[in-house]
Design a protein around this ligand. Structure first.
Ligand SMILES: [Zn+2]
Length: 146
């Protein structure tokens, strides 16, 4: 993880903290939580029916995802590996699906990655290609509405 990613997460976590508010009286015993940094406010609960710790975790998760997105840092759920196609040999370190109609992307010794169209590239170039593809997909979906 780069320093920029670590700093983005640490800054988001350091700023956002929630505090509890209570309303008792007139037969009501209510609580709600709000963030001291932003305008986030929870729904209103019966006192003791919700965990502030759980709300804090959920708010932190949302704030971290938003902060990463604002810094143009993608959070990607990686696909599970697939069965290595027959005949690829014992050196193949793993294969991951792309689309249903293409060969998978595969990993090989020497920091090599192979694309579905059989192009070999250093793993660092694969990371650059991935970042460029994600940026282009974001731009295309922003215009077309996803
Ligand atoms: Zn907040």
């Amino acid at each position: 993880m780069s320093d920029r990613i670590t700093d983005t997460i640490a800054t988001a976590l350091g700023r956002h903290s929630i505090e509890r508010s209570l309303r008792i009286g007139g037969g009501e015993r209510k609580e709600w939580w709000n963030c001291i940094e932003c305008d986030w406010v929870s729904e209103i609960f019966e006192i003791g029916s919700v965990s502030g710790e759980s709300l804090q975790r959920d708010h932190h998760a949302a704030v971290i995802v938003a902060a990463l997105k604002a810094q143009r840092i993608a959070v990607v759920e990686l696909p599970q590996d697939v069965i290595i196609p027959t005949g690829w040999g014992d050196d193949c370190l793993g294969a991951w699906p792309t689309t249903s109609e293409t060969d998978p992307v595969s990993a090989w010794p020497g920091h090599q990655v192979v694309t579905p169209d059989d192009r070999w590239m250093p793993s660092r170039d694969a990371r650059s290609l991935e970042a460029a593809l994600l940026a282009a997909a974001d731009a295309a979906e922003a215009v077309s509405g996803g």
